[in-house]
Structures are given as C-alpha cells and as structure tokens.
Design a binder for this molecule. Structure first.
Ligand code: ARG
Length: 465
C-alpha cells in the first residue's frame, strides 16, 4: 500500500517538476523566430561543409513544412514538449528522419533561446515604434488644428497662464518623440547575433558567425560567447523605455480623465471609447484612459522583476533567465494594446474649445500680462505684482475677470491703466506675444510644428527585418 502510494507520489512529483521546468506554454510565442533561426543555422552549416546540401535541403523543407502547418493550425504546439526548441526538433526528426537529427549540430539551447528572444524582441520594438509613430501623427494633426484654441496652462493643477491646445499637446509630442528615439537606440545596441556561442564557450565546429548574423539581419555577431548567452541588458533597457512610454501615456490619461469630468468638460470622449454605469444612467466613464493609467504598473513591475532576477546570477546561463519571457511578453502586449487604444481615443475625442477658452479667462491666467502692462508703463515689477494682486482680489469679490472691469474700476486700483489694457490682457495677446521658441504663441508654435514635421520625415518608423 505504502509502496503503491509512494510510486504514485514519485510520478506526481516528476510531473510537477516537469511542469515547473517546462517553458513551452509561453515560449511557443516565438515559434516563427525559432524556426527562422534554425534555417539560418542550417544554411551556414552547409556552407561550411558541416552538413551536405542534401541534408540542408531536407531540413529546410522540413522546417518550412512545420511552419506552414503551425500557421494553418494543422499542427498544434502541445505541452508534451519541454520547450519550443524541443518541439521543432522532435517534429522535424519525426517527419524527415536522420537529417533532422543534425539540426542542432554546433548549437546549444542557450544560444538558441538567446537568438529567439532577440529576434522576437526586434519584431516587437518595430511594432511598438510604429504604434508610437501613429500616436505622433494624430498629435501633430491636432496641433496643426489648434494653434488658436486657447486654454489655461496649469502649475500645481492651478490655472497659471494661457496657452493653446496645440501647445499642451505639443508637450506630449516631445515626450513620445523621445520615446521613439529611445526605441531606436536600443534596437541598434541589441542588434548583434548570439548564434554560434554554444552553451557558453563557443564550439569546435568551424561556424561562420558573420554569415548567420547577416542572414538574420543583424549588424554582426556578438563578441563574447559567455556574454551572448547571459546578456539580458537589452530587455532591461527596453522595459525601462516601455515603462517611460507607459508613464507618458498614464500622465496623458490622467489629464484626459480630469478634462472629461463634469467640472472641466474640456473634452468629450467618443462613445466608442467610453463605457456606461450599470446603475447610474447619466454616467459616461473614461475607462480606457483609466485602464491605460492602471496598466502602467504591470510594465513597471516587469522591469523590477527582471532587474531582480538578473542581479545575483553568476556567468553564464542559469535557468533563472527563463523568467525573462512571460513578463516581457506581457509588457509588450500591454504597451501595444494601450498605444493602439489610446491613439484611437485621442483621434476621436471632441475638444470643447469654447469651454477651454472660457476657463482660461475665468482663472486670471492673464494676471502676469496685466503686471507686464504696468511694467511697460514704468511701474517696477515688484510694485506691479502687488497692484495686480489687489486687482485680482477685487475681481474675486466682484466675481469678474480682469477684462470685465470698467476703466474707472481699474483706475481706482492704479491710475496707470488706460484703454489699451483690454487689448493687452486679451487671450490672443497673452498667447500670441509669447514667441520664444517652444512657447505657445501662434508663430512660435507653427515654427515648432514645421520642425517636427521634418523630424517625422527624417525618422521613419522601423521596418521588419
Ligand atoms: N527554456 C529555456 C529558457 O528559456 C531555454 C534554454 C534552456 N537551456 C538550458 N540550459 N536548460 O531559458
């Protein structure tokens, strides 16, 4: 009885260990990249005389068949294999026999998985770069349309000075532009091929690593076989760049959530991108923006998780590194989903321009300009600051904007005011006199829009290799 139970226990344990160790449930995600890497490896082996041309052709045809069958759904990637590498090799041997057994010549799963992950990551960077590019295009269109849409600019979430919607959106344009340039930098730095590094110490076969690197679109082979199989830096810096993208999306989402409140009503999110409440019929909730803000934590988590996984690992490969995959895949999918939905939401969002302008007027955002008016009429700035402070107090008591006071009222505060004060504190003047490069004035804004249009042309999105 005990023996029976014991035997059963051992089997169960074996199964648990097997499942704990296996990675196929998630590394099947890069089946395409795995087969692509194998095909390049086999071509190289034949070029170097390690395989015959017949063997090469048999293996290539075999892998192509497997790829086609997986894509069509005829062949299922099942959990009975430990990982995607074992799956492909086992099916290949099953289908073509002996030549299939030569596929793994001069290769280890360590350099194989390092390659697969890099190929997959490269494709993901390309996709994400394209999505950030789409967001930039929407932002640029909105900027062009709104160089005269006045709104309050905030500091401390208090109305500060008038700006335009183009200017506000332009701030995000700059952030996402930097995000794209970070993706490009990372791509360039990571684009070296680890294949041919073996388990950790290279191999005794005369492999041509330059050739496989070239076949797979890399800038060249990596230069240290130990580093090649244990480098995950590129994922860490990518997760950092993705965290920054999410942080930017989250800040933008937070603003949209505020702008969408009943109190602000600066924007109206399209029905397609909002949701209702099951109990409160009046509600139209900004769920997409909230979810983007919420999902930011997952991507930060992935970065922290991988940094922690890597920190104690001696060279070279350790199984801990298998943990790089699930969380990175989740981050890729999260960022892509958030970018696509956020861009759609922004593209279809209605801006209540009149409400925005009214809000800028009601918040004394022209107080600095009123002080500047006094300065231009000979009042020292510190005195002008005090006078306008008293003026604002008076306005609050009267529940009026500065420009709504009569000249007599203005003169009771300071005799320096003349009729041209109204022109000086109008929204148009306040905004359009701000003409330093990067400021909201229409001419300055148009200059920046033109520079950014040129930047877009000079920095096309990445293409799949
Ligand atoms: N599934 C493994 C990973 O993702 C593949 C490499 C296995 N190498 C090894 N020595 N067990 O890291």
């Amino acid at each position: 009885m005990a023996q029976l139970w014991g035997g059963r226990f051992t089997k169960e344990t074996d199964k648990l260990v097997y499942n704990f160790n296996a990675s196929i449930s998630f590394d099947k995600k890069f089946y395409k990249q795995d087969m692509r890497g194998s095909m390049a490896h086999v071509k190289m082996l034949a070029k170097q005389g390690i395989l015959t041309e017949e063997e090469r052709d048999a293996i290539l045809a075999g892998i192509e068949g497997i790829l086609a069958d997986v894509e069509s759904g005829k062949l299922k990637i099942t959990d009975e294999y430990e990982d995607i590498h074992s799956f492909v090799e086992a099916v290949l041997i099953d289908r073509i026999g002996d030549p299939g057994k030569k596929l793994h010549t001069g290769r280890s799963r360590n350099d194989q998985v390092a390659l697969d992950m890099k190929l997959y990551t490269r494709d993901e960077i390309t996709a994400i770069d394209g999505l950030v590019g789409d967001l930039l295009a929407v932002l640029l269109r909105l900027m062009k349309d709104n160089t005269e849409t006045f709104m309050p600019g905030f500091t401390h979430l208090q109305k500060a000075q008038p700006i335009t919607l183009a200017h506000h959106l332009g701030a995000y344009f700059e952030m996402f532009k930097r995000d794209r340039s970070r993706l490009h930098d990372i791509y360039e730095r990571m684009n070296y091929c680890p294949l041919g590094s073996g388990a950790l110490a290279g191999t005794t076969y005369p492999l041509d690593r330059e050739y496989t690197a070239e076949l797979l679109g890399f800038a060249g082979p990596t230069l240290n076989s130990m580093d090649s199989v244990s480098d995950r830096d590129y994922l860490i810096e990518l997760l950092s760049a993705l965290s920054t993208i999410m942080m930017h999306l989250s800040r933008f989402s937070e603003e949209i959530i505020i702008w969408n409140t009943n109190e602000y009503r600066f924007v109206e999110i399209d029905d397609a991108y909002s949701t209702g409440s099951s109990i409160m019929p009046q509600k139209k909730n900004p769920d997409i923006a909230e979810l983007v803000r919420g999902k930011t934590g997952r991507v930060y988590g992935a970065l922290m998780s991988l940094l922690t996984t890597m920190k104690g690992l001696p060279l070279a490969y350790n199984k801990d590194m298998q943990e790089d995959k699930e969380l990175t895949f989740d981050a890729f999918d999260t960022v892509k989903g958030c970018l696509a939905l956020f861009t759609g939401m922004l593209d279809t969002m209605k801006f209540n321009k009149a409400v925005m302008e009214e809000s800028a007027k009601k918040g004394f955002t022209n107080a600095t300009d009123a002080a500047d008016y006094l300065v231009n009429h000979g009042v020292p700035f510190r005195d002008a600051h005090g006078i306008i402070g008293r003026l604002v107090l008076y306005c609050i008591e009267q529940n009026k904007a500065i420009e709504e006071l009569s000249l007599e009222e203005l003169k009771t505060i300071s005799p320096v005011f003349e009729n041209d004060i109204y022109e000086a504190v109008s929204m148009e003047t306040c905004v359009n006199k701000r003409l330093t490069l990067g400021a909201p004035g229409k001419a300055a804004m148009e200059q920046v829009i033109a520079l950014n249009e040129k930047w877009m042309e000079e920095h096309p999105v990445l293409e799949e290799k």
